[in-house]
Design a protein around this ligand. Structure first.
Ligand SMILES: Nc1ncnc2c1ncn2[C@@H]1O[C@H](COP(=O)(O)OP(=O)(O)OP(=O)(O)O)[C@@H](O)[C@H]1O
Ligand SMILES: [Mg+2]
Length: 249
């Protein structure tokens, strides 16, 4: 598999300077609603080092997706700072954001967000076409290899709507890996998968961590969460526990 330099100028991961790779500092997120402001995140501090595999768990509505959206820059904090590998994500303008995100992050969305008018393979090639991370003549083979890894090669030329929920989820994972990003952010990536397939996806994530990637996943499945090296529990927008795995709460 081809690998990318960590950043465009080839800087080493920030952890080698003693700093965390991902850092949320005093992050608040208030959603404006018809009945007033709703605090979805309250004073969240979170530091993640390069090479960590972190699972975020918590009840529905506790703020897990909101937390991921702060790291990916999909949404902005109401207060506080978000740093990813020395980039101030909370300050990044929309123009720079899309390219920065495409190169640095592989995002697997809770509800997949596949483009319905593009075939499965085109969905996977899109991040590579957008960021030009791989030469044009390699992109299709790489997309097919990713689909094979997800046992979906036979579905490459179908539209996403012709696939089951679990198949679409695996396409979303393949797309998240398309640019070979150093950081993978996945929201319930195994939520629609049977336990055997979910197990395989976790196996793949563990391989990626062994290669030096940093991964944050959100999961409802406490047993799956234990497969990560660290588990952060969020309740009502606050991180109420954050422990390496194997340590009792
Ligand atoms: N755009 C929005 N406007 C107003 N409130 C929102 C918005 N998005 C999320 N919320 C609220 O913020 C809280 C956290 O939402 P979030 O989607 O982060 O939860 P979650 O932990 O990911 O839940 P789930 O496990 O169901 O996916 C919820 O109470 C939700 O209702
Ligand atoms: Mg969610």
């Amino acid at each position: 598999m081809l690998t990318l330099p960590f950043t465009k100028n080839g800087k080493k991961p920030a952890e080698s300077n003693g700093y965390p790779l991902i850092s949320l500092r005093g992050v608040d997120k208030l959603y404006k609603t018809a009945v007033g402001d709703f605090p979805a995140l309250v004073n969240v501090d979170l530091d993640i080092k390069a090479g960590e595999f972190v699972s975020v768990i918590g009840k529905s509505g506790s703020g897990k997706t909101t937390l991921l959206n702060m790291v990916t820059g999909i949404d902005r904090p109401s207060a506080g700072e978000v740093w990813v590998n020395e980039t101030a994500v909370h300050e990044l303008g929309e123009n720079k954001m899309a390219r920065w995100r495409g190169i640095n992050l592989g995002i697997v969305f809770q509800f997949f967000q596949l483009l319905p008018m593009l075939s499965v393979i085109e969905n996977i090639m899109l991040p590579m076409d957008f960021c030009k991370t791989f030469p044009k003549n390699e992109r299709k083979d790489r997309a097919l290899a990713l689909l094979e890894q997800m046992e979906l090669a036979d579905h490459a030329y179908k539209l996403p709507t012709a696939l089951s929920g679990g198949q679409q989820q695996r396409v979303a994972i393949a797309r998240g890996l398309a640019n070979d990003p150093p950081v993978i952010i996945a929201d319930e990536p195994t939520g629609n998968l049977d336990s055997k397939t979910a197990e395989r996806v976790f196996g793949l994530f563990n391989e990626l961590v062994a290669q030096g990637k940093t991964i944050i996943i959100v999961t409802h499945d406490n047993e799956m969460a234990k497969r990560a090296s660290r588990v952060a529990l969020i309740a009502d927008g606050e991180i109420v526990s954050d422990k390496p795995n194997g340590v009792k709460a």
